[in-house]
Design a protein around this ligand. Structure first.
Ligand code: ATP
Length: 738
């Protein structure tokens, strides 16, 4: 079966006007429940676009009706061992949180509280009917993804690590490493936990001067049914995605811009994934954001329901079209309704601390004959209207109450809509983009990446200085401090840039993106260490061991780390067959991990290769790329190469410094790192604020763990986030200060 996609149009709010409402629900045939959303063509209001969904709910639909029609039928499947994922998608202010969480009053309760009640009711029934033969355990995990970092909402805020929790793939499932899971005997406890977590979320948001709806929230309810020695587990996931938002419309400050960038990026990646799956592409860009990795749309077995929330207002016109485009394509994604395997009980090694959506990977297959028959659209995706979002939105809260048995509302039809009224196929993303640009131009907005074609004759020096300037701009745009200055469209800042420069700039942007990905991969090592420490604090030795072993490939040969692993193995009564257990196994795991992350890893690997060549040019362009490709076949350790590169590079300190006395400049560089002073580290060339924070975290952890300070430049290159090129840039940047 395919992902079930339903649309819900919210009612107008008190200050919104009926005459501004432009989105309507319609039926394919008179008397049938609505399955179409109609919206005028923004370029020609006399023309109307229709988008087909599995079901469409208009402003009159109550919370109970939506739940009864779309969610309640799947609770049974959940207890059969099938995972269920429900997620709300839509523009800011369209009713996602209202749908998922709802309000305080009984009638206002959204999908989540009703789902919790329903699960408890069914659990009770199963236990009663089996006369105690079957026991049902219900537990929850709850986390948010804020600025592409995962934070556990069940843990107190003080325990939050700035880097967030890492993700990893295990047995084809995406897991949040170190996520807590709380079991509750009754609905009231669960209610308390959920409310507490919601409070955590709001408090965290307030501390960051943000709004909680700027994060994606993921609630997972795990149902474990035990009969004799057979255990059946399934998970219901309720996801409230952050809303996309136009910065021009909301007059965002710099923090908001960073958030918006993260939200829009993850939602953009989601739409790219949906496009790629529906086109039948082999490569789906799941890994480009944490949210898409977790959601793994189309890769997860089980039932997936996407609720598209819509506001009918004209001020949302282009945003609404964009979200209609994305979600109507999601219908074409096939998922398999497969029960999780029953496992046989054995003495557990430990309570698992790894949460995550249960997602067994499967080959992706687009539905060849399930095109959006009714979809006719302009592909408008980029331009936005100019209204301001409502800052006076009432605070959201809810309570879970035991559901009264209620008469189900008329269920929505489950059949796919009739496709005979096909008017025009939805355009692919390329068409969408070009249409978007046409609209953008019409509305006077600048085209991202637009350049004038004028061929100016400029000297190589001018060219280099423009490139340098551009690099700095791009880096500045990506740092928190200067993000507010990033508002002007990058290319239009230089109307005199010719094609050659433009190409170089594009190559640079790709390069910077690669750098970021590489850093992310490396900082995973740090996250594993931090998770290990957390597990240790919780007294979870097995969890700590697992995390330390996962960290090992990032810190090869660290005696302290090896000894921690050894000690934990002894304590847990596990074989200490020394090297095999502590070195070989994790290294194998590391290699496996590298195979699973080809994109990130290739960049990192290439980087090490380029470093080994001593190629310092930032603008090496195609030649550099080709030289990297030639060298890609080498199989020796990347870290060894990075270290070797630093030792042999003419631009860096002399190799002898790694053994003998250090030059004053090298000493100064090491002192800065060993000081763990954020300001000083951030002040180094080539070290942005994000990298500086990660480095301080890492160095502090090293110090707490009793590891020796960094003694030479080669040591420095083994720190996650530091490559030889970064070390050299920082080193060179100290010229004149010493
Ligand atoms: N079906 C509905 N019935 C009544 N009020 C609704 C409905 N849907 C949304 N609202 C109201 O509309 C406003 C915006 O809804 P909500 O906050 O849920 O939007 P959202 O999509 O979650 O926004 P954000 O992305 O900012 O979190 C709220 O005041 C909410 O109470």
């Amino acid at each position: 079966m395919s992902v079930r996609v339903v649309a819900r149009i919210r009612p107008l709010l008190p200050k919104e006007l009926e005459r501004d409402a432009i989105v309507t629900a319609a039926s394919t045939d008179d008397g049938k429940p609505p399955t179409l959303v109609k919206i005028p063509n923004p370029k020609n209001e006399s023309e109307e676009f229709s988008f087909a969904f599995n079901s469409v709910y208009d402003h009159s639909t109550t919370q109970e009706q939506l739940f009864t029609a779309e969610v309640a039928p799947h609770v049974k499947a959940l207890f059969q061992g099938i995972d269920v994922t429900i997620f709300a998608y839509g523009v800011t202010g369209t009713g996602k949180t209202h749908t998922m969480r709802g309000g305080l009053k009984l009638a206002d309760r959204g999908v989540i509280p009703r789902l919790l009640s329903s699960i408890y009711r069914r659990a009770k029934k199963i236990m009663k009917d089996s006369e105690g033969q079957t026991t049902v355990d219900v537990s929850i995990s709850y986390y948010e993804i804020y600025n592409d970092k995962v934070f556990d909402l069940l843990e107190p805020l003080e325990k939050r690590l700035p880097a967030g929790l890492p993700l990893r793939e295990k047995d084809g499932k995406t897991m949040v490493v170190g996520l807590s899971e709380r079991s509750c005997d009754n609905l009231k406890d669960l209610e308390g936990l959920y409310l507490h977590a919601e409070k955590n979320r709001a408090t965290a948001a307030t501390k960051l001067n943000a709004h909680s709806s700027r994060s994606h929230s993921v609630l997972q309810i795990k149902v474990t049914q035990t009969t004799g020695d057979q255990v059946k587990t399934s998970t219901a996931s309720a996801i409230d995605l952050a809303g996309s938002e136009d910065n021009r419309r909301t007059d965002n400050g710099k923090e908001r811009l960073v958030e918006s960038a993260a939200i829009n990026k993850s939602l953009f990646v989601l739409s790219q994934c949906i496009d790629a799956i529906s086109r039948g592409d082999k490569r789906i860009p799941y890994r480009e954001s944490k949210m898409t990795r977790i959601l793994s749309l189309g890769q997860n077995n089980g039932i997936t329901i996407m609720i598209l929330n819509l506001a009918s207002l004209r001020s949302y016109h282009l945003d609404t079209l964009s979200s209609l485009n994305v979600s109507s394509r999601a219908k074409r994604i096939e998922v398999r309704e497969i029960e999780n395997e029953v496992v046989f009980k054995q003495v557990p090694r430990t309570a698992s601390n790894s949460g995550g959506l249960s997602m067994a990977r499967q080959p992706l297959r687009p539905l060849s004959n399930a095109l959006n028959a009714h979809n006719v659209h302009s592909g408008v995706a980029a331009s936005k209207a100019t209204a301001t979002s409502d800052p006076t939105k009432p605070a959201k809260a809810f309570s879970v109450y035991a559901d009264r048995a209620s008469k189900p509302a008329a269920p929505a039809p489950r059949s796919a809509p009739n496709t005979s009224q096909l008017r025009k196929r939805p355009s692919d993303s390329g068409q969408a983009a070009s249409a978007a640009l046409r609209v953008s131009n019409k509305s006077g907005l600048s085209r991202p990446g637009q350049t004038t074609q004028s061929k100016l004759s400029i000297s190589a020096e001018q060219l280099e200085s423009m490139v340098e300037k551009k690099v700095n701009e791009i880096l500045a745009m990506r740092s928190n401090q200067q993000v507010a200055q990033a508002a002007p469209a990058p290319a239009s800042a230089h109307p005199d840039i010719n094609d050659a420069v433009q190409k170089r700039l594009e190559a640079l942007e790709r390069r910077i993106e690669q750098d970021e990905r590489r850093d992310d991969t490396r900082s995973d090592g740090l996250r594993f260490l931090l998770s290990a420490r957390q597990a240790k604090e919780r007294g979870d030795d097995a969890g700590a061991l697992e995390m330390y072993e996962l960290a090992l490939p990032y810190f090869p040969g660290q005696a302290k780390l090896l000894s921690k692993i050894e000690k934990l193995r002894v304590r847990l009564g596990l074989p200490t067959a020394v090297a095999a257990a502590t070195t070989t196994e994790p290294e194998k795991a590391g290699r496996k991990r590298q195979r699973r992350v080809p994109a990130a890893d290739e960049g990192e690997y290439d980087e090490a290769e380029a470093d080994a060549e001593g190629d310092e040019s930032y603008v090496g362009g195609a030649a550099r790329e080709q030289s990297r490709a030639r060298n890609h076949k080498s199989s020796s350790s990347k870290r060894a190469k990075v270290a070797a590169a630093t030792a042999t590079s003419a631009a860096a300190a002399p190799a002898s410094e790694n053994e003998g006395p250090l030059s004053p400049r090298s000493q100064e560089l090491l002192d800065i790192f060993n000081s763990r002073d954020l300001g000083r580290i951030q002040g180094l060339h080539g070290v942005g604020s994000k990298k500086a924070r990660d480095l301080v975290d890492h160095l502090s952890l090293m110090a707490e763990e009793g590891w020796a300070p960094v003694r030479n430049l080669a040591d420095l290159t083994t720190i996650p986030g530091m490559g030889s090129r970064t070390v050299e840039r920082a080193y060179e940047g100290l010229v004149g200060t010493i």
